[in-house]
Ligand binder design. Structure first.
Ligand SMILES: [Zn+2]
Ligand SMILES: [Zn+2]
Ligand SMILES: [Zn+2]
Ligand SMILES: [Zn+2]
Ligand SMILES: [Zn+2]
Ligand SMILES: [Zn+2]
Ligand SMILES: [Zn+2]
Ligand SMILES: [Zn+2]
Length: 287
């Protein structure tokens, strides 16, 4: 009878569930409900007691979404993650001090747990890690990132010694959607000029044929092909006699001023050949 019961369990399935070898009880207690609980943002087996408003939310994003929707603007606020002191077990509902194991039922609140950020996530495929310099947890694997002290943020290792540092570049809002970049859960792109924005917002911007940084107006891509095409178009399209005059221009790309013949298609910087310029004076005879 007993032998029959054991044989009925697929041996491979059993091994996968138990991690191989360990007794069912010691494993299943901590792993109970793993990946099955959470919110739109994270898989986790606890909720947070918000220290600010004393209400219960699954994560700080849930809190911030709920409070930013409040009709009274004075009640809108953001949860400070480091200040969370108490959590509520999602399995047995026991409220307790922040830790990673429920003091009542023994379930693990999160496969990944950061005691600094009071951050829990059962989905470790995101490769979470805590950066001491940033003071927050990030995703993508510690070995794939380095902390740039000047920019004040973690960047992918490919950018080490290979990007223009802008002091506290990430402690800004995305110039497209205005979300704060530093702890955004969306991916971020550093553009040639060193300014940063969401990768998705950057792609949208290029799709709308915007090739200037919205912060400093420098070209975000190598535009030399476009400039060559403009050279040809301008050469082929002479301006009428009465428009033959020079204008004073400022180049957005190299920041130098210079003169160029007025043309409706654009004005070329004599210094770096860019047409990403603006007219700052219409010449002496033409105001
Ligand atoms: Zn959430
Ligand atoms: Zn519990
Ligand atoms: Zn952390
Ligand atoms: Zn960092
Ligand atoms: Zn930097
Ligand atoms: Zn954005
Ligand atoms: Zn810029
Ligand atoms: Zn220039």
């Amino acid at each position: 009878m007993e032998e029959h019961d054991v044989a009925a369990i697929d041996p491979k399935l059993k091994e996968a569930e138990n991690g191989g070898g360990n007794s069912i009880n010691s494993i299943s207690k901590e792993d109970f409900g793993k990946l099955l609980n959470g919110c739109d943002h994270y898989r986790r087996r606890c909720k947070l007691r918000a220290p600010c408003c004393n209400q219960i939310f699954t994560c700080r994003h849930c809190h911030n979404e709920a409070t930013s929707a409040l009709s009274n603007p004075n009640e809108r606020h953001e949860l400070v993650r480091h200040e969370v002191k108490r959590v509520i077990c999602a399995v047995c509902d026991t409220e307790q001090q922040v830790s990673n194991i429920c003091s009542n039922c023994g379930v693990k609140f999160g496969e990944y747990f950061c005691n600094t950020c009071k951050f829990y996530d059962d989905d470790t495929s995101k490769e979470q890690f805590h950066c001491n310099d940033c003071g927050i947890c990030r995703v993508g694997g510690r070995e794939n990132f380095f902390h740039c002290q000047k920019c004040g943020s973690c960047y992918s290792v490919g950018l080490r010694g290979n990007h223009l540092c802008v002091e506290n570049s990430m402690k800004n809002h995305c110039p497209i959607c205005y979300e704060f970049l530093f702890d955004s859960i969306k991916g971020t792109t550093i553009i040639k000029c060193g300014h940063t924005m969401h990768t998705d917002c950057y792609t949208d911007m290029l799709n709308q044929d915007q090739y200037r940084c919205p912060i400093c107006s420098k070209s975000v891509l190598n535009m030399s092909r476009t400039w060559e095409r403009l050279d040809q178009e301008i050469e082929a399209t002479a301006m009428p006699e009465e428009y033959h005059y020079e204008v004073l221009i400022l180049c957005n790309d190299c920041n130098t001023t210079g003169k160029a013949f007025f043309h409706i298609f654009g004005h070329k910087c004599g210094h770096c050949n860019s047409y990403n310029t603006r007219v700052i004076s219409n010449g002496e005879n033409h105001q």
